[in-house]
Ligand binder design. Structure first.
Ligand code: SAM
Ligand code: SF4
Length: 475
């Protein structure tokens, strides 16, 4: 099973392109998985040993149905044994869709003259954030096109404004960013505003496919994009998110490249990405893509199971691009965060929502339009514990996924306890009575899992304090 790739890259160096397509193809070409090999790789992951690229290549090359079942079962077991049943909830807030780039898959691209351009002004930002808070949201990701208007200062100012908007018991406690790559000084400016994660997706790690899909604008520079998060790290942002837009190039190559990117960040900065996202190509205004690499549902769910096994201590984000049905299935394989109550038409949280059939104000089409409460209720019914926890980030506990994975008792002490406290807040402030009833039952049941645990009395006490009106209690 052991083989040596023909060519090893020299040591990873900061801010230098680390993706070598030949190396990745070499791993892919050599991987000839048998059922035994696949089993060994899964066992390695379940034993909390790190998978290498050779192992991951075996998983992505597995085509035999039995092997695929083993991979999905392995991911389920890993998720259950290590992470338990928490799911963190957030919402995206599209701030503006001006864009200088021409990404062929995106409705916001500069050449899309039919796209309605809009940037939220202060009043609209306020109204949208209030609407999100009044729904019960506590964690947002702000999304921007790439445009001179959305410079680092603008992004930082927007983050500060969002943190300052309060409505009753509502407040946003964590603001993440999905925006264009910056230089080091600009990343520092954004960091100072108190962001959580800075997400930048490479879209495709394959240089030729990248060139084909990114026709003009700053994003056309592959090297600048692929080293973005190196600059973020150099600027002191150690909480970063990576991702691939599945459907642009062979998914097997992209999965290995995501792992390679993870290895690069770990080698250079001693910390891997906080999250991995796996958007899948959706309909968009004038979508212009080659269909040969589109990923079907079975492959998509398999990708998620493989990533869970390959990078077990990285958070995995699944968005409302996917249908409720797909989301239900892959939650079992280890996604730790989902958005809910999502609206991606700019300004739509505050407007009476009129679905825009022509996709003029949306970047792409989403497929799960359920409300936050509907999603929460379904999670509760399926025994997941919805969480709005922001504790690690606010207490400076970075690397929380790694700690969840490797520190015994971490999940009970912090994650489960905080999930219950934040769910209790939601049930008190925003949930309709039927959801509240189901939610309190779930909290009671989840308390049983803390039986014998040192801080159980304190969790009880804090739940009582929340019932009596206190807010924002966390461990
Ligand atoms: N403009 C910034 C950028 O390109 O990095 C911010 C991100 S963009 C607004 C958010 C992400 O949406 C992109 O990185 C891309 O992966 C994804 N996306 C774009 N078009 C899409 C489509 N048609 N279907 C699904 N996801 C898409
Ligand atoms: Fe602009 Fe981002 Fe869309 Fe590309 S993906 S066109 S950079 S908004």
């Amino acid at each position: 099973m052991i083989f040596k790739p023909q060519k090893y890259r020299i040591k990873d160096e900061s801010m230098i392109n680390f993706i070598d397509p030949e190396e990745i193809n070499d791993y892919l070409n050599r991987a000839k998985p048998t059922t035994d090999m696949v089993r060994q790789v899964i066992e390695k992951s379940l034993n909390k040993e790190r998978l290498n690229l050779e192992d991951v290549a075996l998983l992505v090359k597995a085509t035999d149905l039995e092997q695929i079942e083993m991979i999905k079962d392995g991911a389920k077991t890993l998720k259950r044994n290590i992470y338990g049943n928490r799911i963190v909830l957030f919402a995206p807030l599209y701030v503006g869709n001006l864009c200088n780039n021409n990404c062929k898959y995106c409705g916001f691209r500069a050449s899309n003259s039919k796209a309605e351009r809009k940037t939220l002004n202060d009043q609209e930002l306020y109204e949208n954030v209030v609407a999100l808070e009044q729904n019960g949201q506590k964690r947002l990701i702000l999304v921007f096109g790439e445009h001179q208007k959305y410079n680092a200062q603008y992004i930082a100012d927007t983050v500060r404004k969002v943190y300052n908007i309060k409505s009753g018991n509502g407040e946003i406690r964590r603001v993440n960013i999905n925006a264009a790559p910056l230089d080091i000084a600009d990343f520092k400016t954004v960091k100072e505003s108190g962001i959580g994660t800075y997400q930048i997706f490479q879209e495709t790690y394959h240089p030729e496919a990248y060139k084909k899909y990114h026709l003009s604008g700053k994003k056309a520079d592959y090297n600048y994009r692929v080293t973005s998060l190196d600059r973020a790290m150099e600027a002191g942002i150690d909480d970063v998110g990576i991702g691939v837009l599945f459907g642009l190039y062979d998914w097997r190559y992209e999965v290995l490249a995501l792992v390679r990117h993870t290895n690069h960040l770990e080698a250079c900065y001693n910390v891997g990405p906080h999250t991995i996202s796996f958007p899948r190509l959706q309909k968009a205004l004038n979508l212009d893509v080659d269909e040969q690499y589109l990923v079907n549902d079975e492959e998509f769910t398999r990708i998620i199971a493989i990533l869970r096994l390959a990078v077990p201590y990285t958070g995995m984000i699944l968005t409302a691009r996917e249908t409720a049905e797909i989301r239900r299935e892959v939650l079992q394989y280890g996604c730790s965060q989902i958005d809910a109550g999502t609206k991606i038409e700019i300004g739509a949280y505050a407007e009476k929502f009129q679905k825009n059939q022509e996709l003029k104000k949306e970047q792409f089409q989403i497929n799960d339009n359920r409300s936050l409460n509907d999603v929460i209720e379904e999670l509760i019914e399926q025994d997941y514990l919805p969480s709005f926890c922001t504790a690690c980030y606010r207490l400076g506990r970075t690397g929380e996924h790694f700690m969840e994975f490797s520190v015994p008792g971490f999940i009970k002490r912090y994650c489960s306890s905080n999930a219950m406290l934040t769910l209790a807040e939601y049930l008190m402030d925003y949930a309709p009575p039927e959801t509240a009833e189901k939610g309190w039952k779930l909290i009671e049941k989840s308390m049983l899992d803390l039986e014998g645990f040192q801080n159980i009395d304190e969790v009880h006490a804090r739940l009582m304090r929340i019932k009596n009106g206190e807010r924002d209690l966390y461990f």
